[in-house]
Design a protein around this ligand. Structure first.
Ligand SMILES: Cc1ncc(COP(=O)(O)O)c(C=O)c1O
Length: 378
C-alpha cells in the first residue's frame, strides 16, 4: 500500500494544459493549415470533421454547428417544432436543454428524474404524455456521461407520436446498447464546449441524425436558411461551425476513446475507495456505458457544503446543478413550484462532483478520495 500524502494539494476540476501538451504539435499544424487556406467558416476542415464524426459515431449525417445549445435548437427546428409547441425536458440538467427549447418559441415542460441515474424519469414522462396533448418532442439528457433509457423513451415517443432529440452534450462517445449516444433518437445534439470530454478551443457543436430530409434541413438552417447562396428557402440562423474549431476537434477525436477510458479508470478507483463510505457512487445502468463527464457523488447532507469544505482543502469540486430548472427565475412564468419534482430537487440538494479527468495523477486522485472520505465522516 502506497503511503498517502498528508500535505495539502491543489487539484483542478479539469486541467486542459495536460491534455493539450502531448498533441500540441498536431494541433498547431492543423490550425496553421486552416489559416494558410483561409477557409474559416465551414469549408474543407468542417466537412472532414463531419465525415470523421459520422465514421466514429455511426450516424448517417453529422452537421457541424456553433455550439451544443444551437445544436438542440436546430434539431427542434429541423423536426418541425415551432412556436406554441411543448417539449418535455428533465428538470435536472444544464439550463441549455430547456433554453434551446424556449429559443425556438416552444415551451419547456419539465419532467422529474430517476433517482439513481439522474436521467429523465420514465414514469414522469408517461404521466405528462398521457395528460398533455400539445407535446411535440422530448429531450432525454445523457447526464454526466451516461445514456438515458433510450429504448423506453423511444417506445413512449412512438406511442404518442412525438420526436426525440437526445441531449448528448455530456456523453459523446458513450454507448446505449452498442449504439453511440446521439445516434438513437430523431436527432442528437453534441457540445464541444472546451470542458467537455472532447472540447474545442471555443464554442462548437454537432447535430447527428439518420434521416436524410432532416439532415438537409439542418445544413440549410445552420447557414442562414441558404439553399443556394442568397436564396433562402427556410428561416435559418447563423449557427455555422468555425473551421479552426473543426480542425482542432478532428485532431482530438482520435484520442477521445482513450480519454474516456482514462476517466473510467479514475472512476473505478473512486468506486472502490468509496464502497465503504456513506455516499452514493454513480449508478451504472446495464443498458449504457458511462464516460464520466462528471463523477458525481450523493451524500445525505448538502452537496454545496461538502464542496465548500473540499475547496478549503484545495480540491475544485462542483455542484452540477444547484437549482433545478423548474425553480429557475427565468422559468417562473411556467408556473412551477417547489415540491413539483422531488427527485430533481433532492439531487440538486445533495449531489457533488469531484475531479475525474484522464490526466489526473495517482497522488491527486488518492488525495481527492481521502479528503472526500474525511469530509463525509467528520
Ligand atoms: C446537458 C447540456 N446540454 C446542453 C449544453 C449546451 O452546450 P454548449 O455549451 O456547447 O452550448 C451543455 C453544455 O454545457 C450541457 O451540459
Amino acid at each position: 500500500m502506497r503511503k498517502l500524502s498528508t500535505e495539502r494539494m491543489r487539484v483542478a476540476a479539469l486541467d486542459l494544459k495536460r491534455q493539450i501538451k502531448p498533441i500540441r504539435r498536431q494541433i498547431d499544424a492543423a490550425i496553421k493549415k486552416a489559416v494558410d487556406n483561409t477557409s474559416f467558416i465551414l469549408g474543407a476542415g468542417v466537412s472532414e470533421f463531419e465525415r470523421n464524426v459520422k465514421e466514429y459515431s455511426g450516424a448517417r449525417y453529422a452537421v457541424g454547428v456553433s455550439n451544443g445549445t444551437d445544436a438542440i435548437s436546430l434539431a427542434l427546428l429541423a423536426l418541425g417544432i415551432k412556436h406554441g409547441d411543448e417539449v418535455v425536458c428533465p428538470a435536472f440538467t444544464y439550463f441549455a436543454t430547456a433554453g434551446a427549447v424556449a429559443a425556438v418559441g416552444a415551451t419547456p415542460v419539465f419532467a422529474d428524474i430517476d433517482k439513481d441515474t439522474y436521467n429523465i424519469s420514465l414514469q414522469s414522462l408517461k404521466d405528462i404524455l398521457s395528460r398533455r396533448k400539445n407535446i411535440k418532442a422530448v429531450i432525454p439528457v445523457h447526464l454526466y456521461g451516461q445514456c438515458a433509457d433510450m429504448g423506453q423513451v423511444l417506445s413512449l415517443a412512438r406511442k404518442y407520436g412525438i420526436k426525440v432529440i437526445e441531449d448528448a452534450a455530456q456523453a459523446f462517445g458513450a454507448e446505449y446498447m452498442g449504439r453511440k449516444a446521439g445516434t438513437i433518437g430523431d436527432c442528437g445534439a453534441v457540445s464541444f464546449y472546451p470542458g467537455k470530454n472532447i472540447g474545442a478551443f471555443g464554442d462548437a457543436g454537432m447535430v447527428l441524425t439518420n434521416n436524410k430530409a432532416v439532415a438537409e434541413r439542418l445544413f440549410i438552417l445552420r447557414n442562414q436558411g441558404n439553399k443556394d447562396k442568397y436564396y433562402h428557402s427556410l428561416l435559418g440562423r447563423n449557427n455555422r461551425l468555425d473551421a479552426i474549431q473543426a480542425v482542432v476537434l478532428d485532431v482530438k477525436l482520435k484520442y477521445l476513446d482513450d480519454w474516456n477510458k482514462g476517466r473510467g479508470e479514475v472512476a473505478c478507483y473512486y468506486d472502490r475507495y468509496f464502497s465503504s463510505c456513506a455516499v452514493q457512487i454513480p449508478f451504472r445502468a446495464a443498458y449504457s456505458t458511462h464516460i464520466y463527464h462528471q463523477y458525481t457523488l450523493r451524500g445525505k447532507g448538502s452537496g454545496r457544503k461538502i464542496v465548500e469544505r473540499l475547496h478549503e482543502r484545495g480540491i475544485d469540486a462542483r455542484v452540477f446543478y444547484p437549482v433545478p430548472l423548474h425553480l429557475q427565475e427565468c422559468f417562473k412564468c411556467l408556473g412551477y413550484k417547489a415540491g413539483d419534482f422531488p427527485e430533481a430537487e433532492a439531487a440538486a440538494r445533495h449531489v457533488f462532483s469531484i475531479p475525474v479527468f484522464p490526466e489526473l495523477k495517482r497522488d491527486e486522485r488518492e488525495y481527492v478520495a481521502s479528503q472526500v472520505k474525511d469530509v463525509l465522516e467528520s
